[in-house]
Design a protein around this ligand. Sequence first.
Ligand code: C2E
Ligand code: CA
Ligand code: CA
Length: 554
Amino acid sequence: MTSKFTGLTVAQICKAIDTLTPCMDDFVYVYDLVNDFYYISKLAVERFCLPSNQFHNVIENHAKFVYPADIPMLQQDLEDLVAGRKVFHDLLYRWVSVNNDPIWINCRGFVVRHENTPLYMLGCINEIGARQKADNVSGLLGVTSLQAYFSTGREKLPNGYLLRLGIDDFKEINEKLGIDYGDLILKRTAECITACLLPDQKLFRAVADEYLIINFSERSTADAIEQYKHIRQTIDTFIKENNYEAIYTISGGILKNGQVNGCSFSDAMKFSEFSLNEAKRHGKNCCYIFCREDYEKFLRKRTLSQLLRRAVTHNFKGFEAYLQPLVNTDTNTVYGAESLMRFHTDKLGTVSPSEFIPLLEETGLIIPVGKWMLNEAMKFCHEIQKTIPDFKISINISYVQVIKSNIIMEILNAVKYYHIPPSTIIIELTESGLVDLDSRVIKLWSRLKENGICLALDDFGTGYSNFHYLNELKPDIIKIDRTFTIKAVSNDYEFKLLSLMSNMVHSMDLRICVEGVENTNELSRMKELLPDYYQGYYFGKPCPFNEFQEKFVS
Ligand code: C2E
Ligand code: CA
Ligand code: CA
């Protein structure tokens, strides 16, 4: 004989879930074991990859949003519940979010039975990761609370601002004075900032050592700068009163509310993070106002870095070595070429070396790319020498290669591999990089000389132009940069300076190459300096190998 079940029905529970949803951040659910049906708070659909907030075929459908590695464990647990082998479900595992991230959840539930038959499981899911609403060290509300505040108020007044503050080098405080002391500084800094808040502002803690002031009233960026300065002063006073136990500074990134109109919260956070990072990049202890153009540049730089890295891992696809003729002033003939790197991409078109070479240096990618370039240039030179045996190739080397790779070996190996007479190789180093004469540069220079390779000091006149270096390094060729050429053509004083310089260089028995000659006017003026070589668009622009062969070799 079976008695009638007097508890809540599944339909009643579904209604109760809907009623409770607006007052909860967690996700209440019911799993109807008799009809194999699942119902969860509607909010869950906004957060996770659920097909809907209600579905049949419960175990099968879970596979759509549970993190793949956790599916077997969950299926085992659910099967035990359905079979009545278990009555309480308590599992830590991951669901996949709408953004495709694995989110750790704690899912708990108990099975309601009637007599011996399991009817349904009722339970709740909570996220155990991040989603921090408050920070107990600083006593401030966290980013989740900021998000709620942001979405309520920002439409109202576009003239306020978001000021992100970050302690400079906070890691050092933790390292030198301990984590507990670090926590104290976080708390005191929060107090200093709070003391500078205006009545219509709120303060939140963004991440570890960063704070966010949000302001929705009619205030300008000038007010934001004032406020930033006030905070800095307040912190300075605290440092003094604290007997200089920890000395630190704070940077600020300012974002006008108008600049985030129509943006998502996550974009607004990205812009404000960027602004603070820019302040830190500008030397810290200062503030920076968000500028869309700078942000676009930053994104372009990031994209370009990714493209460069991808090209390196895809057999240098997109890189190309161009050649530009070098002309002998005695005979007016092409005696060699400078190899110049090019980078072609589908996404950004052809990017200028003045943009991508610094990035290659910053990322260290100049080491593999420079080696590739060295080989390309020598390969081309080897081909051309079949027609012009003493053809010279000039190759640019970056300081990063000198300092961080075994460039001497690479050059000597390539010379051997392509059977090129060392005297036809010219290695160029830029003068502006020679702030200090590094022992590694001197070593490279003398090893190359010992092996009969020629050396050129590039962009002479743009750096320190220290004649002492010339004596120390004794390069074979000095290359006069185009910026000098232009100045000398239009300005008598600059011209005199350049003539004196070239006299001095010649008296040291070094050769001079004038770069960037574009027209007859420039050529006739520069001729007066009696240079040994020319390079410039007047004689030929940098071009691909085949074109160079056609124009200048055959
Ligand atoms: P650079 O070594 O001073 O090279 C000479 C630059 O002047 C080249 O620019 C060349 O195209 C340009 N040029 C030559 N004649 C004229 C002219 O008559 N008028 C004007 N306006 N420009 C002229 P490019 O190819 O854009 O290269 C820029 C810089 O990038 C190079 O300056 C060099 O510092 C660097 N670079 C290029 N290729 C390499 C490379 O393979 N390795 C390294 N480390 N740096 C490279
Ligand atoms: Ca050069
Ligand atoms: Ca140059």
